[in-house]
Design a protein around this ligand. Sequence first.
Ligand code: PLP
Length: 452
Amino acid sequence: MQSMDNNTLTQRDLRVLWHPCTQMHDHETLPLVPIRRGEGVWLEDFNGKRYLDAISSWWVNLFGHANPRINAAIADQLQNLEHVILAGFTHEPVVRLSEQLVQLAPKGLSRCFYADSGSAAVEIALKMSFHYWQNRGEKKRTRFINLTSSYHGETLGALSMGDVSLYKETYQPLLLKPITVKSPDCYYREAGESWADYSTRAFAEMETALARYADEVCAVIVEPLVQCAGGMRMYDPVYLKLLRQACDKYRVHLIADEIAVGFGRTGTMFACEQAAIAPDFLCLGKGLTGGYLPLSVCLTTDEVYQTFYAEYATRKAFLHSHSYTGNPLACSAALATLEIFRDDDVINRNQVLAAHIAHATASLADHPHIAEVRQTGMILAIEMVKDKKTHESFPWQERRGLSVYRYALEHGALLRPLGDVIYFMPPYVIKPEEINLLAKVAGEGINIATTK
Ligand SMILES: *Cc1c(COP(=O)(O)O)cnc(C)c1O
C-alpha cells in the first residue's frame, strides 16, 4: 500500500474529484483538508493536526466519529446481511427500526417509507401527498406552499420547495412553482417584540395564502423551528400550532421536514413536540444513523396509507422505490443511535450543554459586527453584519464568512459558515471546554474577518 500524506492525497483528489457545494476553482488557493481518522468530536489529518467538528460533518453526526457502540452494531449486522431488496422481502433491522420510530414520532404517524437521502424523503412526501389527493379524486390539487429562506434538498422537486436563491436560481426553468409565503424568521422582529408575537404576526400571510389557494394545494412544507440552510433562521413554536390548525381547517397536508432538526437538535427529540403537533408527513434523515450511513424515512398516517390500500387493478399503489431502500447496515446504525438516546438520557443532558453554549457565546452579542446571537437547543447562530444598527450585510463578494472558515481551520476547528452566519451544531458528545474553544475561535475569526 502506498504511504499517504496530506499533499499527495490532496493532489490526487483534485485530479479526479468534483466536490459537493464547491466552486472547485477556490481550491487553487483554499487547501482541501484530508482526513485520516476521526474520534469523538475530533477529525485528524495525516500530520496529526486535529479539527473540532463543530458542524457535525454537515449536521449528520450525533454521538461522535468512530463511536464504539454504533461501530459494533454495524460490524455485527455485517456478519449476517449487508443488503436485501425491500420489495417483497423484509429483515429484522428495518422492522425493529420502524417499530421504534412509530413509537417515538408524534402521535398518528404509523407508517415508515424509507429512502437513502433527505432529498429523496422530501420527494416521497411531495409525491405521496399529491397522489393521496389524486386517489381521492381531488385532481385540481397540484401545488405546494413553502416559506421564504426554506431548504428541502437538491433534487428537482425538493429544490423547488426551497427558497435559497444561491442553490435554486439557475435551475428555475426546470422547477415546480410553489406558493411562497413569508417565513416567521424572528431575525426580522421589531425591537422589543417577542419571538412568539412576531411568529404569530407572520402567520397572517400563511392564513391568507391558505384561504386563497386551498383548493389547488396538496400540502404546506416547513422546517420546524429552525430553517437551517437558509441561515439558521429561527422561529417560535406557536407558528407550528397555528399552521396545524389552519391545515386542518383548509384540508391541506402538513409536511414537517425534520431532516436537520430531528433527533434532539432543537432540545426535544423532534421539533414538532415543542408545538405539541403532529404533521401528516414527517421527513427524517441526517442524524437518523448517527451520521454513519445514508438513510432517510418519510413517516405518514394510517389515513394516508389507507388511501393507497386497494385492489391492484385500482392503480392506487405508491410505486416509488430506491435501490438501497431500508438498507440493513444503515438500519442497524439507526437502531444503535436510538439506543444511545435511551441509555444516556441524551435529551436531558443536552439541556446542560445548550446552556453552556449560551454562556460561552454570550459576550459575542456586544460585538460591533454581530447583529444577533440566536439559539434553539443545540444550534447556535451568529449573524455577522456590516452595520449592527441597520443590520446591513457585508457585500457577499467579500466572502467574510470564508475568512472565518479559514481562521478556524488554522486554529483547529471546522466551522463552515452559511454566508456570513457562523454557527455551531456540534455532536452531542462535545465537552464544555471544547465549547469554550469554539467560542474563542469563532470570536477571534469574526474579529479578523470584520477588520480587514
Ligand atoms: C440536508 C437537508 C435536506 C436534504 O438532505 P440530503 O440528505 O442532503 O439530501 C432536506 N431538508 C433539510 C431541512 C435539510 O437540512
